[in-house]
Design a protein around this ligand. Structure first.
Ligand SMILES: *Cc1c(COP(=O)(O)O)cnc(C)c1O
Length: 375
Protein backbone atom coordinates (compact mmCIF):
# COMPACT_ATOMS: atom_id res chain seq x y z
CA UNK A 1 0.00 0.00 0.00
CA UNK A 2 1.09 3.58 -0.62
CA UNK A 3 2.32 5.49 2.41
CA UNK A 4 -0.71 5.79 4.68
CA UNK A 5 0.57 8.91 6.41
CA UNK A 6 0.87 10.62 3.06
CA UNK A 7 -2.67 9.64 2.07
CA UNK A 8 -4.15 10.82 5.35
CA UNK A 9 -2.37 14.19 5.10
CA UNK A 10 -3.08 14.66 1.40
CA UNK A 11 -4.89 17.99 1.00
CA UNK A 12 -6.93 19.38 -1.82
CA UNK A 13 -5.87 22.78 -3.17
CA UNK A 14 -7.06 25.47 -0.79
CA UNK A 15 -6.19 29.08 -1.53
CA UNK A 16 -6.04 30.11 2.15
CA UNK A 17 -3.85 27.17 3.23
CA UNK A 18 -5.86 25.93 6.22
CA UNK A 19 -4.45 22.86 8.00
CA UNK A 20 -7.87 21.16 7.92
CA UNK A 21 -10.04 21.10 4.80
CA UNK A 22 -12.77 23.70 4.32
CA UNK A 23 -16.43 22.69 4.48
CA UNK A 24 -18.07 23.67 1.20
CA UNK A 25 -21.59 23.97 2.55
CA UNK A 26 -23.12 24.84 -0.81
CA UNK A 27 -25.72 23.21 -3.01
CA UNK A 28 -24.35 24.54 -6.30
CA UNK A 29 -21.47 26.36 -8.00
CA UNK A 30 -21.55 29.45 -10.22
CA UNK A 31 -20.06 29.97 -13.67
CA UNK A 32 -18.52 33.23 -14.83
CA UNK A 33 -19.32 32.82 -18.53
CA UNK A 34 -21.51 30.76 -20.80
CA UNK A 35 -18.65 28.79 -22.35
CA UNK A 36 -17.31 27.43 -19.06
CA UNK A 37 -20.91 26.64 -17.99
CA UNK A 38 -21.46 24.66 -21.19
CA UNK A 39 -18.19 22.76 -20.88
CA UNK A 40 -18.99 21.78 -17.28
CA UNK A 41 -22.55 20.68 -18.10
CA UNK A 42 -21.23 18.29 -20.74
CA UNK A 43 -19.22 16.38 -18.12
CA UNK A 44 -20.72 16.48 -14.63
CA UNK A 45 -18.39 13.73 -13.44
CA UNK A 46 -15.35 16.02 -13.71
CA UNK A 47 -16.92 19.37 -12.88
CA UNK A 48 -18.32 21.34 -9.95
CA UNK A 49 -21.95 22.03 -10.84
CA UNK A 50 -24.25 20.76 -8.12
CA UNK A 51 -23.48 19.05 -4.79
CA UNK A 52 -25.48 15.89 -5.59
CA UNK A 53 -22.67 15.28 -8.08
CA UNK A 54 -19.37 16.76 -6.89
CA UNK A 55 -18.48 18.83 -3.83
CA UNK A 56 -14.86 19.68 -2.87
CA UNK A 57 -15.21 18.56 0.78
CA UNK A 58 -16.58 15.18 -0.31
CA UNK A 59 -13.95 14.91 -3.04
CA UNK A 60 -11.14 15.35 -0.49
CA UNK A 61 -12.53 12.45 1.58
CA UNK A 62 -13.25 10.31 -1.50
CA UNK A 63 -9.67 10.83 -2.75
CA UNK A 64 -8.24 9.57 0.54
CA UNK A 65 -10.55 6.54 0.79
CA UNK A 66 -9.97 5.69 -2.87
CA UNK A 67 -6.19 5.86 -2.36
CA UNK A 68 -6.41 3.63 0.75
CA UNK A 69 -8.46 0.94 -1.04
CA UNK A 70 -6.65 1.30 -4.37
CA UNK A 71 -9.65 2.47 -6.43
CA UNK A 72 -12.08 5.38 -6.87
CA UNK A 73 -14.55 6.19 -4.07
CA UNK A 74 -18.08 7.58 -3.95
CA UNK A 75 -19.65 8.70 -0.67
CA UNK A 76 -23.17 8.12 0.63
CA UNK A 77 -25.46 9.25 3.43
CA UNK A 78 -25.25 5.79 5.07
CA UNK A 79 -23.67 2.40 4.60
CA UNK A 80 -27.02 1.16 3.32
CA UNK A 81 -27.17 4.10 0.86
CA UNK A 82 -23.85 2.89 -0.55
CA UNK A 83 -24.81 -0.80 -0.52
CA UNK A 84 -28.28 -0.39 -2.05
CA UNK A 85 -27.04 2.01 -4.74
CA UNK A 86 -24.21 -0.37 -5.71
CA UNK A 87 -26.56 -3.38 -5.80
CA UNK A 88 -29.18 -1.52 -7.88
CA UNK A 89 -26.47 -0.53 -10.35
CA UNK A 90 -25.71 -4.18 -11.13
CA UNK A 91 -28.82 -6.32 -10.37
CA UNK A 92 -31.02 -6.96 -13.44
CA UNK A 93 -34.49 -8.39 -13.95
CA UNK A 94 -34.27 -12.04 -14.99
CA UNK A 95 -30.65 -12.44 -13.85
CA UNK A 96 -29.38 -14.42 -10.88
CA UNK A 97 -27.87 -12.64 -7.84
CA UNK A 98 -26.13 -14.38 -4.93
CA UNK A 99 -25.65 -13.15 -1.38
CA UNK A 100 -23.73 -14.78 1.47
CA UNK A 101 -25.91 -16.04 4.34
CA UNK A 102 -25.38 -14.07 7.54
CA UNK A 103 -24.76 -10.74 5.79
CA UNK A 104 -25.75 -7.51 7.52
CA UNK A 105 -29.50 -7.65 8.20
CA UNK A 106 -30.59 -4.84 5.84
CA UNK A 107 -28.35 -6.13 3.05
CA UNK A 108 -29.96 -9.54 3.57
CA UNK A 109 -33.36 -7.80 3.29
CA UNK A 110 -32.45 -6.40 -0.15
CA UNK A 111 -31.69 -9.88 -1.50
CA UNK A 112 -34.46 -11.69 0.36
CA UNK A 113 -37.34 -9.26 -0.23
CA UNK A 114 -36.54 -6.19 -2.32
CA UNK A 115 -34.73 -7.56 -5.38
CA UNK A 116 -37.41 -10.25 -5.96
CA UNK A 117 -39.97 -7.39 -6.37
CA UNK A 118 -38.00 -6.38 -9.46
CA UNK A 119 -37.81 -9.87 -10.92
CA UNK A 120 -34.23 -10.56 -9.84
CA UNK A 121 -33.61 -14.25 -9.11
CA UNK A 122 -31.91 -13.65 -5.74
CA UNK A 123 -30.46 -16.50 -3.70
CA UNK A 124 -28.86 -16.59 -0.25
CA UNK A 125 -26.20 -19.25 0.32
CA UNK A 126 -24.01 -20.12 3.33
CA UNK A 127 -20.20 -19.89 3.33
CA UNK A 128 -17.97 -21.33 0.61
CA UNK A 129 -21.01 -23.08 -0.97
CA UNK A 130 -21.65 -19.75 -2.66
CA UNK A 131 -19.02 -20.69 -5.27
CA UNK A 132 -20.98 -23.81 -6.29
CA UNK A 133 -24.13 -21.75 -6.77
CA UNK A 134 -22.60 -19.42 -9.37
CA UNK A 135 -24.39 -20.06 -12.70
CA UNK A 136 -24.10 -18.85 -16.29
CA UNK A 137 -26.83 -16.27 -15.65
CA UNK A 138 -25.35 -15.00 -12.36
CA UNK A 139 -24.30 -11.37 -12.67
CA UNK A 140 -23.85 -10.37 -9.01
CA UNK A 141 -22.13 -12.09 -6.08
CA UNK A 142 -22.35 -10.23 -2.77
CA UNK A 143 -20.10 -11.31 0.10
CA UNK A 144 -18.90 -10.33 3.55
CA UNK A 145 -15.57 -11.61 4.83
CA UNK A 146 -15.52 -11.70 7.77
CA UNK A 147 -19.21 -11.90 8.60
CA UNK A 148 -19.97 -9.57 11.51
CA UNK A 149 -21.80 -11.96 13.80
CA UNK A 150 -19.92 -15.24 13.48
CA UNK A 151 -16.75 -13.90 11.76
CA UNK A 152 -16.21 -16.70 9.24
CA UNK A 153 -14.02 -15.80 6.28
CA UNK A 154 -14.45 -16.65 2.61
CA UNK A 155 -11.66 -17.34 0.14
CA UNK A 156 -12.15 -13.98 -1.57
CA UNK A 157 -9.91 -14.71 -4.55
CA UNK A 158 -11.63 -18.06 -5.21
CA UNK A 159 -15.07 -16.37 -5.14
CA UNK A 160 -13.84 -13.64 -7.52
CA UNK A 161 -12.28 -16.12 -9.95
CA UNK A 162 -15.48 -18.20 -10.08
CA UNK A 163 -17.70 -15.11 -10.46
CA UNK A 164 -15.52 -13.55 -13.14
CA UNK A 165 -15.51 -16.78 -15.14
CA UNK A 166 -19.23 -16.15 -15.85
CA UNK A 167 -18.85 -12.37 -16.10
CA UNK A 168 -20.44 -11.66 -12.69
CA UNK A 169 -19.50 -8.69 -10.51
CA UNK A 170 -18.30 -9.25 -6.91
CA UNK A 171 -19.17 -6.86 -4.07
CA UNK A 172 -17.66 -7.09 -0.59
CA UNK A 173 -18.61 -5.26 2.61
CA UNK A 174 -15.24 -4.28 4.13
CA UNK A 175 -16.61 -2.39 7.16
CA UNK A 176 -15.06 -4.80 9.70
CA UNK A 177 -11.55 -4.53 8.29
CA UNK A 178 -11.28 -0.99 6.88
CA UNK A 179 -8.72 -0.62 4.08
CA UNK A 180 -5.97 -0.85 6.71
CA UNK A 181 -6.59 -4.55 7.49
CA UNK A 182 -7.88 -5.91 4.17
CA UNK A 183 -7.66 -4.66 0.58
CA UNK A 184 -10.31 -6.54 -1.44
CA UNK A 185 -9.78 -4.80 -4.83
CA UNK A 186 -6.32 -6.43 -4.90
CA UNK A 187 -7.97 -9.86 -4.52
CA UNK A 188 -10.28 -9.25 -7.49
CA UNK A 189 -13.35 -7.71 -5.83
CA UNK A 190 -15.10 -5.18 -8.09
CA UNK A 191 -17.00 -3.08 -5.53
CA UNK A 192 -15.79 -2.54 -1.95
CA UNK A 193 -18.47 -1.21 0.40
CA UNK A 194 -18.20 0.42 3.80
CA UNK A 195 -20.43 1.55 6.56
CA UNK A 196 -18.21 4.58 7.36
CA UNK A 197 -20.40 4.93 10.45
CA UNK A 198 -18.20 2.30 12.10
CA UNK A 199 -14.36 2.59 12.15
CA UNK A 200 -13.90 5.31 9.52
CA UNK A 201 -15.96 7.80 11.52
CA UNK A 202 -14.90 6.12 14.72
CA UNK A 203 -16.68 8.39 17.20
CA UNK A 204 -20.30 7.18 17.04
CA UNK A 205 -21.49 10.59 15.88
CA UNK A 206 -22.07 10.27 12.11
CA UNK A 207 -23.77 7.87 9.69
CA UNK A 208 -22.19 7.44 6.25
CA UNK A 209 -21.21 4.98 3.53
CA UNK A 210 -18.61 4.40 0.83
CA UNK A 211 -18.34 2.53 -2.48
CA UNK A 212 -14.86 1.99 -3.93
CA UNK A 213 -14.43 0.51 -7.39
CA UNK A 214 -12.23 0.69 -10.45
CA UNK A 215 -12.21 3.71 -12.78
CA UNK A 216 -14.47 2.24 -15.55
CA UNK A 217 -17.15 1.19 -13.09
CA UNK A 218 -16.87 4.51 -11.27
CA UNK A 219 -17.98 6.52 -14.32
CA UNK A 220 -20.87 4.15 -14.91
CA UNK A 221 -22.01 4.39 -11.29
CA UNK A 222 -21.49 8.16 -10.96
CA UNK A 223 -23.38 9.05 -14.15
CA UNK A 224 -26.31 6.76 -13.41
CA UNK A 225 -27.33 5.45 -9.96
CA UNK A 226 -25.20 7.82 -7.86
CA UNK A 227 -26.79 10.94 -9.38
CA UNK A 228 -30.23 9.39 -9.84
CA UNK A 229 -30.70 7.85 -6.39
CA UNK A 230 -29.03 10.80 -4.67
CA UNK A 231 -28.26 9.15 -1.31
CA UNK A 232 -25.34 11.58 -0.92
CA UNK A 233 -23.22 12.48 2.11
CA UNK A 234 -23.49 16.06 3.37
CA UNK A 235 -20.37 18.29 3.28
CA UNK A 236 -20.40 18.60 7.08
CA UNK A 237 -20.53 14.83 7.55
CA UNK A 238 -17.71 14.41 5.01
CA UNK A 239 -15.68 16.79 7.16
CA UNK A 240 -16.42 14.71 10.28
CA UNK A 241 -15.30 11.56 8.45
CA UNK A 242 -12.11 13.33 7.33
CA UNK A 243 -11.47 14.09 10.98
CA UNK A 244 -12.19 10.47 11.96
CA UNK A 245 -9.95 9.12 9.21
CA UNK A 246 -6.91 11.03 10.51
CA UNK A 247 -6.84 8.89 13.66
CA UNK A 248 -7.94 5.59 12.06
CA UNK A 249 -4.44 4.03 12.15
CA UNK A 250 -3.85 4.82 15.85
CA UNK A 251 -7.38 3.86 16.87
CA UNK A 252 -7.22 0.54 15.04
CA UNK A 253 -3.78 -0.26 16.45
CA UNK A 254 -5.05 0.28 20.00
CA UNK A 255 -8.42 -1.42 19.38
CA UNK A 256 -6.84 -4.47 17.73
CA UNK A 257 -4.32 -4.85 20.55
CA UNK A 258 -7.02 -4.52 23.25
CA UNK A 259 -9.37 -6.89 21.42
CA UNK A 260 -6.63 -9.55 21.40
CA UNK A 261 -6.25 -9.17 25.16
CA UNK A 262 -9.99 -9.30 25.86
CA UNK A 263 -10.39 -12.31 23.54
CA UNK A 264 -7.54 -14.11 25.34
CA UNK A 265 -9.29 -13.41 28.64
CA UNK A 266 -12.61 -14.83 27.37
CA UNK A 267 -10.87 -17.88 25.89
CA UNK A 268 -9.58 -18.74 29.36
CA UNK A 269 -12.93 -18.19 31.10
CA UNK A 270 -14.67 -21.25 32.52
CA UNK A 271 -18.04 -19.65 31.61
CA UNK A 272 -17.20 -19.44 27.90
CA UNK A 273 -17.90 -22.09 25.26
CA UNK A 274 -16.37 -20.28 22.27
CA UNK A 275 -15.03 -16.91 21.14
CA UNK A 276 -15.74 -16.15 17.48
CA UNK A 277 -13.36 -13.87 15.52
CA UNK A 278 -11.60 -14.04 12.14
CA UNK A 279 -9.48 -17.19 12.02
CA UNK A 280 -10.92 -18.73 15.20
CA UNK A 281 -13.05 -21.46 13.61
CA UNK A 282 -10.56 -23.91 12.07
CA UNK A 283 -7.03 -24.25 10.66
CA UNK A 284 -8.42 -23.43 7.17
CA UNK A 285 -10.01 -20.25 8.52
CA UNK A 286 -6.75 -19.35 10.23
CA UNK A 287 -4.92 -19.78 6.93
CA UNK A 288 -7.42 -17.53 5.11
CA UNK A 289 -7.01 -14.98 7.88
CA UNK A 290 -3.25 -14.80 7.45
CA UNK A 291 -3.56 -14.71 3.64
CA UNK A 292 -6.24 -12.04 3.38
CA UNK A 293 -6.04 -9.84 6.47
CA UNK A 294 -3.28 -8.09 8.36
CA UNK A 295 -5.03 -8.19 11.74
CA UNK A 296 -8.30 -8.24 13.65
CA UNK A 297 -10.29 -5.14 14.52
CA UNK A 298 -12.36 -4.84 17.68
CA UNK A 299 -15.53 -6.82 16.94
CA UNK A 300 -16.07 -10.43 18.08
CA UNK A 301 -18.77 -12.69 19.53
CA UNK A 302 -18.75 -14.80 22.68
CA UNK A 303 -20.86 -17.93 23.20
CA UNK A 304 -21.43 -18.61 26.89
CA UNK A 305 -21.93 -22.14 28.22
CA UNK A 306 -24.94 -20.98 30.22
CA UNK A 307 -27.65 -20.41 27.57
CA UNK A 308 -30.31 -19.14 29.93
CA UNK A 309 -31.65 -15.67 29.17
CA UNK A 310 -31.39 -14.91 32.92
CA UNK A 311 -27.60 -15.44 32.88
CA UNK A 312 -27.20 -13.12 29.87
CA UNK A 313 -29.49 -10.54 31.45
CA UNK A 314 -27.56 -10.57 34.73
CA UNK A 315 -24.23 -10.37 32.85
CA UNK A 316 -25.24 -7.43 30.64
CA UNK A 317 -27.04 -5.55 33.40
CA UNK A 318 -23.94 -5.92 35.60
CA UNK A 319 -21.50 -4.44 33.08
CA UNK A 320 -20.50 -0.97 34.25
CA UNK A 321 -18.15 0.10 31.48
CA UNK A 322 -19.44 -1.68 28.37
CA UNK A 323 -22.57 0.05 27.15
CA UNK A 324 -25.47 -1.86 25.64
CA UNK A 325 -26.10 -0.65 22.09
CA UNK A 326 -26.24 -1.66 18.44
CA UNK A 327 -23.59 -0.47 15.99
CA UNK A 328 -19.83 -0.70 16.63
CA UNK A 329 -16.47 0.78 15.65
CA UNK A 330 -16.60 3.81 17.96
CA UNK A 331 -14.24 4.93 20.72
CA UNK A 332 -16.38 3.29 23.44
CA UNK A 333 -16.82 -0.42 24.11
CA UNK A 334 -20.25 -1.91 23.50
CA UNK A 335 -22.09 -5.18 24.02
CA UNK A 336 -24.99 -6.53 21.96
CA UNK A 337 -26.76 -9.49 23.64
CA UNK A 338 -27.99 -11.26 20.49
CA UNK A 339 -29.43 -14.12 22.49
CA UNK A 340 -32.02 -11.91 24.20
CA UNK A 341 -34.11 -11.15 21.13
CA UNK A 342 -33.02 -13.39 18.27
CA UNK A 343 -33.76 -17.01 17.47
CA UNK A 344 -32.32 -20.08 19.13
CA UNK A 345 -29.23 -20.29 16.89
CA UNK A 346 -27.93 -17.32 18.87
CA UNK A 347 -28.58 -18.70 22.32
CA UNK A 348 -25.84 -17.77 24.75
CA UNK A 349 -24.30 -15.35 22.23
CA UNK A 350 -23.28 -11.72 22.69
CA UNK A 351 -21.22 -9.48 20.40
CA UNK A 352 -18.59 -7.14 21.78
CA UNK A 353 -17.14 -4.03 20.15
CA UNK A 354 -13.87 -2.98 21.77
CA UNK A 355 -13.17 0.75 21.95
CA UNK A 356 -10.08 2.74 22.86
CA UNK A 357 -10.26 2.30 26.65
CA UNK A 358 -7.45 0.55 28.53
CA UNK A 359 -7.87 -3.21 28.10
CA UNK A 360 -7.38 -3.74 31.87
CA UNK A 361 -10.47 -1.61 32.54
CA UNK A 362 -12.51 -3.72 30.12
CA UNK A 363 -11.30 -7.06 31.47
CA UNK A 364 -11.99 -6.01 35.07
CA UNK A 365 -15.52 -5.01 34.06
CA UNK A 366 -16.15 -8.37 32.39
CA UNK A 367 -14.74 -10.22 35.39
CA UNK A 368 -17.08 -8.53 37.86
CA UNK A 369 -20.10 -8.92 35.54
CA UNK A 370 -19.39 -12.64 35.12
CA UNK A 371 -19.20 -13.21 38.85
CA UNK A 372 -22.45 -11.27 39.31
CA UNK A 373 -24.08 -13.37 36.57
CA UNK A 374 -22.83 -16.64 38.10
CA UNK A 375 -24.67 -15.98 41.38
C1 LIG B 1 -23.77 -1.04 10.12
C2 LIG B 1 -23.48 -1.92 8.97
C3 LIG B 1 -23.96 -1.63 7.69
C4 LIG B 1 -24.93 -0.50 7.42
O1 LIG B 1 -24.32 0.73 7.55
P1 LIG B 1 -25.16 2.05 7.96
O2 LIG B 1 -24.09 3.09 7.97
O3 LIG B 1 -25.76 1.79 9.31
O4 LIG B 1 -26.20 2.26 6.93
C5 LIG B 1 -23.55 -2.44 6.64
N1 LIG B 1 -22.74 -3.48 6.84
C6 LIG B 1 -22.29 -3.82 8.06
C7 LIG B 1 -21.40 -5.01 8.22
C8 LIG B 1 -22.64 -3.04 9.17
O5 LIG B 1 -22.22 -3.39 10.39
Amino acid sequence: MKNIDFILNLMSEESNDPITPAIYQTSNFRFRDVDSFRVAMADEEHGLIYSRGNNPTLNTLADKLGALEGGKALLFSSGMGAISTAILSVARTGRHALCIEGAYSWTDKIFREILPHYGVDAEIVPGAEIIDHIRKDTNLVYIESPLTKTFELLDIKAVCDAAHSVGAVVMLDNSYSTPLLQRPLEMGVDFVLHSATKYIGGHSDTVGGVVVCREEMYSQLFNNEYLAIGAIMSPFNAWLFLRGLRTLPVRLERISDSAEKVIAFFENCSEVEAVLYPGSHSPEQKKLFSQQMSGISGLFSVVFKNKSPEFMKRFCNSLQHFQMAVSWGGHESLVLPYSLWQNSENSGMARFSIGVERPETLIKDIEQALSAADK
